[in-house]
Design a protein around this ligand. Structure first.
Ligand SMILES: Cc1cc2nc3c(=O)[nH]c(=O)nc-3n(C[C@H](O)[C@H](O)[C@H](O)COP(=O)(O)OP(=O)(O)OC[C@H]3O[C@@H](n4cnc5c(N)ncnc54)[C@H](O)[C@@H]3O)c2cc1C
Length: 428
């Protein structure tokens, strides 16, 4: 049986970026990506809201996000591969308390040269025809909705076409001689003793064992190094061999509202904040539900990443819940933006966040011959290029990865043993 230098489980954005960066440094390596789906990027990658931002307070997040966004800019502007990047910005609303807490963080970021623009509530009400104050609204008070005290616009942020980003990594990986096998369900990781003795049931606990490949529905695949980039499904492959990856799955849902009315169209194509010709990615103060503009489909996507008591559960086909919209998102959104009154979703979808339960930042580590890359916790698109570079550096056993722009990043910072990530203070 042919043995690959590396086999990557998962043709999501993380697996593709990893494969591309391994091959681009060493095109002679024989690298295979496998996925159970029939095409690339059909897991959580296809379900994303496809938004990105570069402004983060933590050094780790900033390095990952900013270098990835700059790489995507380079792909589009210099390599001529259109990713439909739209620098629409992030518009983040705060109530008084939220703003008070965020102010020192924002000031510190401004001191480091980061740009953002502040708007007060009256300005926002005028620009967006929105409600910012619920003092006389008992229902809103009962729901615990936050008043909009300030809005903060982050200009270095926006939207990307994820299908095109997937196409970029997939086609470049293939051009470099990489192999992809779709419709290949990985059943388990193969563990063998380094020095087989031919005994039944090997390896025994006293033997030095390692992961040597995969067992798939189509047969075994041998690999010098196996890389699990299986997103929210990673633990299904790692738990059975006793490797804790700290990646948990949680459903996330998006509801698309067609901008059929004049008022919704005005909101969608609002030109008050950036040159992008549409509303920024807009986040409410409390709860932090968001509006993701989708101008190419004349729609506004509404979503909220709920926590307690939303279960951690791995589902192959998560479904959006009608009541989540009707009694949840709609009720919240319509209070701030009466433009949504009476709106029903035209379409909806649900996917899984692959949540790193330690600190919400990506995990890239190796244990017993298997590498793990994932746990981007809902920001895998906006960090994918950096994650791929760091995973590729770990594959080569290097201490440092070089992110786009030649920024040095210590590989073990995202590992488990010597993990060194700063907590994020700018949390949505
Ligand atoms: C509703 C929603 C909104 C989001 N919005 C954003 C956003 O705005 N910005 C952002 O940056 N991120 C966002 N995300 C997060 C982003 O989508 C993920 O972080 C990213 O797609 C993770 O990529 P991945 O490659 O790790 O996982 P995936 O894309 O899920 O890829 C994993 C792949 O592994 C394959 N696989 C798993 N197990 C097996 C197996 N046993 N055998 C074979 N194949 C297997 C799967 O089929 C899948 O294709 C959002 C996610 C959701 C759900």
């Amino acid at each position: 049986m042919a043995e690959y230098d590396a086999v990557i489980v998962g043709a999501g954005i993380v697996g593709l970026s990893t494969g591309y960066h391994i091959k681009s440094v060493n095109p002679n390596l024989n690298v295979l990506i496998v996925d159970r789906f029939g095409a690339a990027g059909q897991g959580s990658t296809a379900k994303s809201a496809a938004a990105f931002r570069c402004l983060f307070a933590s050094r780790t997040n900033f390095a990952l996000a900013d270098s990835s966004a700059e790489f995507y800019r380079h792909v589009q502007d210099d390599l001529g591969f259109d990713l439909k990047l739209r620098w629409a910005g992030y518009l983040w609303f705060f109530d008084q308390d939220g703003y008070r807490k965020m102010l020192p963080v924002l000031k510190e970021l401004a001191g480091r040269g980061f740009k953002y623009v502040e708007y007060d509530s009256a300005d926002l009400a005028k620009k967006l025809d929105m409600r910012t104050d619920f003092e006389s609204d008992d229902e809103a008070k009962m729901m615990g909705l936050g008043n909009v005290h300030k809005g903060v616009l982050i200009p270095k942020a926006g939207l990307i076409d994820v299908d095109l980003l997937v196409k970029f990594y997939e086609s470049e990986f293939l051009k470099l001689g990489g192999n992809i096998q779709y419709h290949t369900d990985v059943k388990r990781l193969t563990v063998e003793p380094r020095q087989p003795l031919g005994m039944p049931g090997e390896p025994y606990f006293w033997q030095d064992a390692t992961v040597t490949g995969l067992e798939t529905a189509k047969g075994p695949i041998k690999s010098k190094k196996t890389i699990v980039a299986a997103g929210a499904w990673a633990s299904q492959l790692l738990d059975p061999v006793g490797i804790e990856c700290f990646i948990k799955a949680k459903k996330r849902q998006v509801f698309s509202i067609k901008a059929k009315t004049t008022v919704l169209s005005k909101l969608l194509f609002c030109k008050e904040f950036t040159e992008a010709g549409c509303l920024p990615f807009t986040i409410l103060p409390k709860p932090s539900a968001y509006i993701r503009p989708a101008p190419e489909e004349d729609a506004l996507w509404l979503a909220y990443a709920d926590e307690f008591p939303r279960a951690f559960i791995v589902e192959d086909e998560p479904e959006p819940e009608e009541n989540y919209y009707t009694y949840g998102l709609y009720q919240v959104m319509v209070k701030y933006f009466p433009q949504f009154t009476g709106c029903q979703p035209f379409s909806s979808f649900a996917g899984l966040y692959e949540i790193n339960s330690i600190d919400g930042q990506p995990l890239i580590f190796e244990e017993n011959g298997v590498m793990v890359a994932g746990g981007a916790s809902g920001s895998g698109i906006l960090k994918a290029d950096a994650i791929g570079r760091i995973a590729a550096a770990l594959y080569r056993d290097e201490e440092y990865a070089y992110l786009h722009g030649d920024k040095k990043f210590k590989v073990s910072d995202l590992g488990l043993k010597n993990r060194n990530v700063e907590p994020e203070k700018l949390v949505i």
